[in-house]
Design a protein around this ligand. Structure first.
Ligand code: FAD
Length: 468
């Protein structure tokens, strides 16, 4: 995938408008979108409820690392920001699995070393995006919480988080980039015939840290995403550029082995000693770390419509929050930005048309990745330790090597390509069937029936568009 050619937008045909586009939320999607809209000649302002993270230390539990992959990289490259990110990313070539007995196995993510995912600190990425937005001329108003919005007048109600003072600003176009608990979406919930569903997992997550060694290097293999799969729950660790690892413990909220049972330092130490012994050796501050950080919840949110009369729009997690197990929430949000920008390049400030086509193109795909993310939860916590699953993964890569345009593993389609998520989902179902037919009767890759593979791939996949 070539990420090196950013698009310099051709503004000549655009019906440019003096009206302000107001974005709510300066998380990850807001500043990226704002930067690119500003470069296209729009006047853009952002209102963000938090303080400026470049001046105030971010709160505990908000520094979790993200896995950035092709869709996200493409969006950054289009905005001419990808090269600047390179110093703050660490490529991860595969999953390093840590068994309960302390054995380590490595499973590559892709067919070769070009197919990697990239660990990046959320805070570092957010800061880079805030800097880029301001450098492009976007005004960001911090500590301004959106508390309401009147679509008939375009009035946005804001509360200053320091003084409590309420103000109103008017804006012709408002884009809610305010995350999974979106205030803009809450206003839309008051409309008639607004569809909304939210589904929480019974699992929570907690951020933990593996410190760097005394000489500042990583205590585990640097270029891997480490997983301690334990059937019903798991620990993962992503490398940071300062030699530390950002870890996330995913555990049920309730039950025999759950967050509810870990109430004292001794509980936490005993649990890690029996379940994650090798990781515990690397976490001298574990109990303090554990109790200092909050336990987060994970939710899938689906809603529609995402837009009202070309005046307001939801984008990113505000429109479609997903659980983090495919590492795609941010990548999907950045792909939203790519899509919205392509539509503004085509239709200028014809917002009713832009917003309508945006939802038509994206909703089917964000629903698909939401479902695949739930499926991947089971894969990560449970199946990655199953020898039959690992065998299937090997067969998948072997088939991909022989049929690179027809048989691309679902993980690769989602992570290393930009085929629509809905296509990846549909092809993934067909491929699972082919894999079952080929793998179930055999134990060794040498016994793969190539004639049957050829026949199945020709009959079931050749008629579909190739994966590029
Ligand atoms: C544990 C975990 C791990 C993840 N790992 C990955 C990963 O590996 N790869 C990946 O692609 N994605 C990952 N994600 C998903 C990713 O974090 C989100 O998809 C992404 O942050 C969404 O960006 P956003 O800009 O839409 O929302 P956010 O990043 O949540 O930003 C929303 C912003 O809006 C502000 N805001 C909220 N309400 C208001 C208001 N009323 N007024 C003003 N401002 C407001 C917030 O303060 C925030 O700054 C992960 C998520 C979690 C929870």
């Amino acid at each position: 995938m070539d990420h090196t050619n950013p698009v310099e937008p051709d503004n000549s045909h655009m019906n440019r408008t003096a009206e302000t586009i107001t974005l709510i939320g300066a998380g990850l999607n807001g500043p990226l979108l704002a930067t690119s809209l500003k470069k296209r000649g729009f006047h853009v302002e952002i209102y963000e409820r938090r303080p400026d993270m470049r001046k105030v230390r971010i709160s505990a539990g908000r520094s979790i690392n993200l896995a950035l992959s092709t869709r996200g990289i493409h969006a950054l490259a289009q905005a001419n920001l990808w090269e600047a990110m390179r110093p703050i990313i660490i490529p991860m070539k595969g999953r390093m699995m840590h068994s309960a007995a302390g054995e380590i196995t490595f499973q590559p993510y892709g067919k070769d070393e070009s197919e990697v995912i990239n660990s990046i600190s959320r805070a570092e990425l957010n800061i880079a995006l805030l800097n880029a937005a301001e450098a492009a001329g976007v005004t960001i108003h911090f500590q301004q919480r959106c508390t309401g919005f009147d679509p008939t007048t375009g009035a946005i109600e804001l509360r200053d988080e320091r003084s409590g003072a309420a103000t109103i600003v008017k804006s012709g176009v408002v884009i809610g980039c305010d995350g999974s608990a979106s205030a803009i979406r809450s206003e839309m919930l008051k409309m008639s015939r607004f569809n909304f569903s939210q589904r929480y997992l019974d699992y929570g997550y907690k951020e933990l840290t593996i410190p760097a060694s005394t000489d500042g290097t990583h205590l585990l293999e640097t270029h891997a995403l480490h997983i301690w799969p334990r059937g019903n729950y798991m620990l993962i660790a992503l490398p940071n550029i300062d030699g530390t690892f950002a870890c996330i413990l995913f555990l049920p909220f309730e039950g025999a082995e759950s967050f509810a049972r870990l109430t004292t330092h001794a509980d936490v130490l005993d649990f890690f000693e029996s379940r994650f012994r090798d990781a515990l050796r690397l976490m001298p501050q574990l109990p303090d770390n554990y109790f200092a950080n909050p336990t987060g919840a994970m939710v899938t949110i689906k809603c529609s419509p995402w837009h009202v009369e070309g005046k307001w729009l939801l984008l990113g997690d505000a429109a479609h929050a997903i659980v983090p197990f495919f590492g795609q929430g941010l990548n999907c949000g950045f792909e939203d930005c790519t899509c919205l920008l392509e539509l503004t390049d085509r239709y200028g400030a014809d917002w009713p048309r832009v917003f309508k086509e945006f939802e038509e193109q994206r909703k089917v795909n964000t629903d698909a990745i939401a479902d695949m993310a739930i499926e991947n939860f089971v894969e990560m916590r449970d199946r990655v330790a199953d020898p039959r699953f690992l065998f299937r993964k090997k067969v998948e890569l072997t088939l991909e090597a022989k049929y690179p345009l027809q048989f691309v593993p679902k993980y690769a389609m989602v992570t290393f390509h930009r085929v629509p998520y809905s296509v990846a989902l549909a092809r993934g179902v067909i491929q699972e069937g082919i894999l079952a037919e080929l793998c179930d009767p055999i134990r060794r890759i040498e016994d793969l029936d190539w004639t049957k593979a050829d026949r199945l791939i020709r009959s079931e996949l050749s008629a579909l568009e190739q994966v590029s």
